[in-house]
Design a protein around this ligand. Sequence first.
Ligand code: SF4
Ligand code: SF4
Length: 231
Amino acid sequence: MIRECTLKDISDGRTYDVNDMVKADTGNCQGCHKCCTGMGTSIILDPYDVWLLKTNLNCSFQELLNKGNIELNMVDGLILPNLKMGEGDICSFLNEEGRCTIHHIRPSICRLFPLGRVYEGEGFKYFLQKNQCVKENLTKIKVKKWIDVDNIEDNRKFILKWHSFIRYVGDRIISLKKDKQSESINDIAMFVLNSFYIADINLSEGDMSLIYDMIINRIEKATKIIDETFS
Ligand code: SF4
Ligand code: SF4
């Protein structure tokens, strides 16, 4: 979800690049799982998050929904998946010991926390969310070590491309709303859900590094289709 608010209100007032040091290291959380509970619908999943879940848990999008791992909600006119808070308002991936059972493939919002992203011009930076992590005395760590993603440059390219696609579709939905074309809005929302979440992206084991390219390619094709169909 794209939040419109001032950075000063929600951060320590600074922004960070991947090679900067930031006071975000929770020391392995040590039994705390506060940010895995009561998160409502806020842990929205991008196509890479869902691809990781489907591939590593060997299941379909529908099975993730059926098992109560994820749910669908409207976000700025789009239908997007988010991690579902289940019984006790707890993420279904948290085990009885209060540990994340999918730590190695956790979604990007979980991976970032307590950092967030702020988009500026053609790029983005990271910021430290104020009063979000309950642990005191967080220690310094390099941003890229904290985020701990493979191919950080490719990951960055994908994040920017996805962000700009979501903005583009959001603008398209706003103009369709003005023209009272609710059927087209539903069609776009379903098209995005099907193309980026429900449809599988099949890669053989040796080609896993191509996933970002594959999603970016889909974004380019989808933009063209939306342009041609809903202009
Ligand atoms: S609130 Fe902070 S310490 Fe607790 S689980 Fe989340 S990141 Fe870890
Ligand atoms: S996926 Fe893991 S880190 Fe993210 S909310 Fe669920 S249990 Fe917590």
